[in-house]
Design a protein around this ligand. Structure first.
Ligand code: MG
Length: 257
């Protein structure tokens, strides 16, 4: 796990995070009925390069693209290929960028055209769960407090909380300790300290929490084929509390109310 030691390191993390937010803004703006996921990947590549960053995902264990694009029943790690977006789809975009050796990682899920009420609620609840987790990032709290808060947000809705994939520490590498699950009891796990940075990333499913991986070795889908949502921010714990590095004021700020 990284400990951000000074303003300079903090600024590099913030640059990487701002790049992730910019990727989200460009991709959401371009995503429309008839657009392919590969086209969105090309847009992401341009944004990452234009901001002096490198893509974290491209080449990570041979991952072949700059973003993960995960429509509908795809939970995470979708490879952006020839799939053409249709009206009513939901789409998760997970993006990672490195700025001068420091990583940012973030995801959001949004609808293409109008989406049904059930999907809209899934997106809203998952986004709020992320912010409930972020609120737990305080000095002296424990990693388990984050997962507990996230899981509690899903409970009233009966959503499947994905257990096979979890959040993580981040810094000089994209994935560092500790693991940050989206479930479990509060008061357990590593204590949170000033200077640490974590990725919190709830994945909620309309049905079962169980997942399966397709033959491409990457694409993770829900075991029952029902829809899934994914929201993620990189969060640094500073003397002023949690600072969300990957936030887009347009798209991924704390929801009102
Ligand atoms: Mg992540």
């Amino acid at each position: 796990m990284i400990t951000i030691k000074n303003e300079r390191e903090f600024r590099k993390m913030a640059m990487a995070g701002a790049c992730v937010a910019a990727v989200h803004e460009a991709v959401v703006e371009a995503a429309d009925v008839g657009v392919t996921l590969r086209e969105l990947d090309e847009i992401a590549a341009d944004v990452i390069r234009s901001r002096g960053c490198r893509p974290s995902f491209l080449g990570y264990r041979s991952f072949p693209a700059h973003i993960c694009a995960s429509p509908n029943e795809v939970v995470v790690h979708g490879i952006p290929g020839g799939y053409r977006l249709g009206r009513g789809d939901i789409l998760s975009i997970d993006a990672g960028a490195v700025y001068e050796g420091y990583h940012g990682d973030g995801a959001l899920t949004f609808g293409i055209g109008g989406i049904d009420e059930e999907s809209a609620r899934l997106l809203e609840v998952t986004r709020r769960a992320l912010w409930a987790g972020i609120d737990q990032v305080q000095e002296g709290a424990r990693v388990g407090d984050i997962g507990h808060a996230v899981e509690q947000a899903a409970a009233p809705h009966g959503y499947g909380v994905v257990r096979d994939y979890v959040g993580h520490g981040i810094g000089r590498s994209m994935h560092e300790s500790p693991q940050v699950p989206n479930y479990g009891p509060p008061g357990k796990g590593q204590r949170l300290k000033r200077g640490m940075a974590v990725c919190i990333e709830p994945m909620f499913n309309l049905g079962t929490h169980r997942t399966a991986t397709l033959d491409d070795g990457w694409t993770v889908v829900t075991a029952d084929g029902r829809r899934s949502a994914h929201f993620e921010h990189t969060v640094a714990l500073t003397g002023d509390g949690p600072v969300v590095m990957t936030v887009s004021d347009l798209l991924s700020a704390r929801p009102a109310g």
